[in-house]
Design a protein around this ligand. Structure first.
Ligand code: TYM
Length: 336
């Protein structure tokens, strides 16, 4: 069977980009017969960018409820919180010791911050922690601990998956003695929605504050966000260019026929106000039923906690034997 693994960082409210880029393809994969899935809340990663404990706790709950509301079946999927699996941090160290600093120098997770600092004429390292610098190694540990073949993610995560492959290959080469400890994971990317744009047309992202929330705030928040999607000032009746981010967001939820019709209507002069109304109806038809389930789940955090504990036990039962082999391979074997 094919192993599939993916995670979401617990620093904010799940948005449409998380849903179409990672959650939806992961859920679809989990529903096909021959897959064995691992989906988790990356709360160790959250500490890298967030020092607000209440926000991390809230986000963990929202993300867990989102996965479940979107159709995750905890009987079929190993569903857990990264910080409940301490084997992740141990593997993180073993991998840190075989990862070249030069390779991490190229990681855009931290380089984005140095670039901003430099543009502002500041010390390039200002505000950059070792956690941020080593972010891809922790992510490699998340992945390699479970040897997945496929990792469903948005395009922004490709470099991290490539780095995980490099780390895996290096470890296999150094310590495998002909045995492949680690499977080389592959990013699984839905081409059409690999980068969902946000309100302003840039990538939808918590850090750009241009997101459309998936469930939080109800249909009112969805409507308000859609109203803020940036368009041009063409009037109803004037032909619109359908190659714009509003259409890309529409297409992430539409059938090919719906998408073709929407494009044609815009070219024929559909007004932006009506276009937004259609977009709202389309998204609401997908998200509305899940949102009801989300609200029920959010009202019972203790039930979610129970599921996560069961998931952590399942994950650790798989992680522990692999970690034992890895420890022995690097020279940490017991003498009795
Ligand atoms: P994070 O939390 O930033 O995003 C979670 C997932 O959502 C995808 N995504 C998008 N996809 C399309 N369009 C967008 N605008 C968009 N915004 C976000 C991301 O690509 C991601 O798949 N480092 C990861 C979390 C992580 C992880 C892992 C993922 C930690 N360990 C192991 C896979 C495997 C992150 O910060 O994603």
């Amino acid at each position: 069977s094919t192993r599939v693994l993916t995670g979401i960082t617990t620093t904010g409210t799940p948005h449409l980009g998380n849903y179409v880029g990672a959650i939806r393809p992961a859920i679809v994969a989990s529903q096909s017969a021959n897959t064995d899935c691992f989906f988790f809340m990356a709360d160790y990663h959250a500490l890298i960018k967030c020092d607000d404990p209440a926000r991390i706790e809230r986000s963990r709950l929202e993300i867990a409820a989102t996965w479940l509301a979107a159709g995750l079946d905890p009987e079929r999927v190993t569903f857990y919180r990264q910080s409940d699996v301490p084997e992740v941090t141990e593997l993180n160290w073993l991998l840190t010791c075989v990862t070249a600093k030069g390779q991490m120098n190229r990681a855009h997770a931290y380089k984005a911050s140095t670039d901003i600092n430099e543009a502002a004429g500041e010390d390039p390292d200002a505000g950059i922690t070792m956690g941020l610098f080593c972010y891809p190694i922790l992510m490699a540990a998340d992945i390699l601990l479970f040897n997945p073949h496929k990792v469903p993610v948005g395009r922004d995560q490709i470099q991290h998956i490539e780095m995980a492959r490099d780390v895996a290959a290096r470890f296999n080469h150094l310590f495998g003695a002909g045995k492949e400890f680690f499977v080389l994971p592959e990013a699984h990317i839905e081409e059409q929605v690999a980068t969902l744009p946000g309100l302003d047309g840039r990538k939808m992202s918590k850090s750009y504050d241009n997101t459309i929330p998936l469930f939080e705030g109800g249909s009112k928040a969805l409507k308000d966000a859609i109203a803020r999607i940036v368009t041009n000032s063409l009037l109803p009746g004037e032909p619109k260019d359908p190659n714009c981010h509003l259409v890309t967001i529409y297409e992430a939820f539409a059938t090919p026929e719906q998408a073709a019709q929407f494009r044609a209507d815009l070219v024929a002069g559909l007004g932006w106000g009506d276009a937004k109304k259609q977009l709202l109806e389309l998204i609401e038809s997908h998200v509305g039923p899940m949102r009801e389930r989300y609200a029920e789940l959010m009202a019972h955090p203790e039930q979610i906690e129970e599921l996560l504990q069961i998931g952590a036990a399942k994950a650790r039962a798989i992680a522990a034997p692999l970690l034992k082999e890895v420890r022995e391979a690097v020279g940490l074997r017991r003498m009795n």
